[in-house]
Design a protein around this ligand. Structure first.
Ligand SMILES: [Zn+2]
Length: 278
């Protein structure tokens, strides 16, 4: 047994071991209203959703749990949530990313990249490091590169603050999250635009190493999906701590609530299958 849903509270009634995604539970012996859950492995993670196809309100759980009433927060559930659960997801949602690397008009590459091959390899490495992070955190998220384009734009090579508001329409891919790597962004190392205007991410390529860019990449995607900054102290290891006080990506963490917030944003949109948030 790893993840088992029960039709009734207190682990009674019909049960179903969740081994794969269920876009609807209606066809199972649970019907559409499971009311309790047991999760027995540290690696377990599940997204329970009010509506079919992982839409509507979401309840995210990871690690070992025995929740005798999914609708009762005093018992580890989520208030009001137990009245209708229609779908359950245990595999990651893949989000496509459309990456632009900004060069100078003469083709000068940003950061310390010495060739386009070098830059392309680092982007692959950033995507891989981001996916390792999501996997380690059991976030049920993955990113996939849809496009990588080098674009000459002297004005955006070293971006001043007034360039932060928008990127050219031709740089956008309606079915992916648009992420731009300029050389520098004035004093900032990155920018994530949701829920502000524009809806794209910027990551400075002028960093000490690919690990720093990967951390900023994941951090800005967090903003894109609506997360705000965490302060220092106990939250120092959180990925949403600013990099000046935060830890490297491999030592960074998500809180359960942050993953639930991201999944909630995605559940209200079509972004999970690679369609961007509108
Ligand atoms: Zn930030």
């Amino acid at each position: 047994m790893s993840i088992t849903l029960f039709a009734n509270t207190n682990f009674h009634g019909d049960s179903l071991v969740i081994k794969s995604d269920h876009d609807t539970l209606r066809g199972t012996n649970l019907g559409n209203n499971p009311s309790s859950i047991k999760m027995t492995e540290d690696d377990d993670a599940i997204l329970l959703c009010r509506k079919s196809n992982w839409n509507g309100e979401v309840f995210y759980l990871r690690g070992k749990h025995e929740i005798s009433d999914l609708g009762d927060s005093a018992k580890g559930g989520k208030q009001g949530f137990g009245s209708s659960i229609t779908s359950a997801r245990v595999s990651p949602f893949t989000i496509k990313v459309n990456i632009t690397i900004v060069t100078g008009e003469d083709g000068t590459l940003p950061g310390t990249w010495s060739s386009r091959t070098d830059a392309t390899q680092d982007i692959d490495s950033i995507i891989r490091k981001a996916n390792d992070f999501y996997k380690d955190e059991k976030a049920l998220l993955a990113v996939e590169l849809s496009d990588l384009t080098f674009r000459a734009d002297e004005k955006r090579f070293r971006m001043s603050e007034k360039e932060w508001d928008s990127i050219p329409g031709s740089w956008k891919n309606a079915h992916a999250v648009d992420i731009v790597f300029p050389d520098t962004l004035e004093e900032a190392v990155g920018l994530g635009n949701f829920p502000w205007h524009g809806k794209f991410c910027l990551v400075s390529a002028r960093r000490n190493n690919v690990d720093e860019m990967a951390r900023t990449f994941v951090h800005e995607l967090g903003h894109f999906w609506g997360l705000t900054h965490e302060s220092g102290g106990e939250q120092a290891a959180n990925i949403m701590t600013q990099s000046s006080t935060g830890k490297p990506l491999v030592d960074s963490r998500f809180r359960d609530g942050q993953i639930e917030d991201i999944q909630q944003v995605l559940a209200r949109n079509l972004a999970r299958q690679g369609d961007r948030i509108e």
